[in-house]
Design a protein around this ligand. Sequence first.
Ligand code: S3P
Length: 169
Amino acid sequence: MSNLVLIGFMGSGKSTAGRILAARLEREFVDTDIAVEERSGKSIQRLFEEDGEAHFRELEGRVIESVCARSNQVISVGGGAILTAANVERLRRSGRVVYLRLSEEELIARTANLKGRPLLEEEDRAARVRELLAQRRDLYEASADEIVDVDAMRATEVADVVAGRLGLE
Ligand code: S3P
């Protein structure tokens, strides 16, 4: 069975919803950030600090390549994975891609206290979220087979809606 891939901005609940979906569908759950950390032996924070974003993106790409070679998984990818066209191609070929979309205001609220996100470590975090979202919004939408607006939803509801949208209930 093909993969179910969750994409979206940091703080959009991909990992939480992904775990619920994987348990419900009896599939393996893979979080590419965790896979990068395991492979490199460093936290994302340390990877960015010591090796830089470009190196992180390289590792992320390699993880996505190997994860996409397997099937029957629920995959949650880091918020910036869609910046690399090869990642998007691989993910789309490996299964259905679902964008968990949140409004800018909701993302600002949800990322306000998020830890371990080096790209958000700026004095004006709300402005940074707006800036990154402006760069990425179209990419998220273009990369997705399905877009689910999750602003007011709890993770269990997100899982319900995603499963329903993909006919997996
Ligand atoms: C990033 C998102 C993070 C992580 C890294 C970079 C991004 O993942 O991959 O900090 O560029 O948006 P989450 O979306 O799981 O927070």
